[in-house]
Ligand binder design. Structure first.
Ligand code: SF4
Length: 333
């Protein structure tokens, strides 16, 4: 899965982030939150990789690690063949223009004292563009995201949630990035507005050959925008496949449970609901063996003791479960 390929834009290998827990006068480390634990995957040029899972599973932390907003505890991130962990200072700032982020809450992400023109133009200013070039680009970007040029002099509070997300997307596009991490970009929006923003992201991807990591807890939204989908549970990727295979033949019991809760679009059709019991365990002390065993209806003694590796079950469909076997995916899935 992590073999170097010219079509890969982002290559993540063994990515790990443990947040230390400290206590006492001397801030002695008493443990760690294992937010992301030995995660490996690639994102191909021009694709959208959906990253899904329940709250606290480590998906947003993975996005922030790839953006180099926080340092990893271990593991590597290659962006277009360049090892991001080796970059610092101006080299990292230059590289950062190629990857940008769109976040969940556009209102908090936008500075209330800056006009839209200043907000979108800020990355251009930091990149050294003069005022005339910035004004021209801001006008162009407003049009690209479906806003009017007169919006440039307004402030964030004058816009609806969907419009503010469009401003966030315009800002992310300002420096012509190759890659955007979309971190729950529509979860704060009404359902009708969600579709508009997702469709805008899809249009922009086609027009500018963008590559996305789309982080979301909503499998319905992820299905609409993603080419491939990775499912995370307690800091680990438990399943990864192209969208069609993952939604039609999920292998991992956790994915099966998540999908069983997603409404079926066909009238009259329904899925048998798989109810998950118990709470998500703490990432401070993840369960032994398979991390999902405390909630899995199929768990046995092996599951409690031995961690299942992420294996290829066929057709680039990967799953980490003792109940799935190599090559078990049929071609007609
Ligand atoms: Fe369930 Fe065992 Fe598979 Fe884990 S390894 S998902 S506990 S059957």
């Amino acid at each position: 899965m992590t073999v170097r390929d010219a079509t890969d834009l982002v290559e993540v290998s063994g990515l790990t982030k443990h947040f230390p827990l400290r206590k006492g006068l001397f801030s002695r480390q008493v443990g760690a939150v294992r937010a992301v634990d030995d995660v490996s995957f690639v994102i191909r040029r021009g694709e959208t990789l959906g990253l899904v899972g329940e709250s606290g599973c480590g998906k947003s932390t993975t996005g922030r690690l790839i953006m180099r907003l926080i340092p990893p505890t271990e593991g590597g991130i290659l962006f277009d063949g360049v090892d991001l962990s080796k970059l610092e200072g101006s080299a990292l700032r230059r590289m950062r223009r190629q990857f940008q982020m769109v976040v969940q809450d556009p209102f908090n992400a936008l500075n209330p004292r800056m006009t839209v023109a200043e907000t979108i133009g800020e990355p251009l200013y930091l990149a050294g563009q003069d005022r005339t070039a910035r004004e021209r680009r801001v006008k162009e970007l407003l049009e690209v995201v479906g806003l009017a040029s007169y919006h440039a002099e307004r402030y964030p509070h004058e816009f609806s949630g969907g419009q503010r997300q469009r401003i966030g997307i315009a800002r992310a596009l300002a420096v012509k990035p190759k890659f955007i991490v979309c971190d729950e970009p529509v979860s704060a929006l009404d359902v009708s507005i969600q579709a508009q923003v997702v469709n805008l992201l899809k249009d922009l991807q086609r027009e500018y050959a963008l590559t996305y990591l789309f982080v979301s807890h909503d499998l319905g939204v992820v299905r609409h925008i993603s080419d491939r989908v990775a499912v995370m549970y307690l800091g680990k990727i438990v399943e990864l496949a192209d969208k069609r295979r993952l939604y039609s033949t999920p292998k991992h019991p956790y994915t099966q449970a998540l999908l069983s809760a997603v409404p079926v679009p066909r009238p009259g059709a329904r899925r048998d609901r798989v109810m998950l019991t118990g709470d998500v365990p703490s990432a401070r002390r993840p369960p032994s063996g398979c991390r999902f065993h405390t909630r899995c209806p199929l768990a046995d003694e092996t599951c409690r003791q031995v961690e299942p590796p992420l294996i290829d079950v066929g057709n680039n469909h990967y799953a980490a479960c003792h109940r799935v076997t190599k090559g078990s995916e049929r071609d007609d899935a």
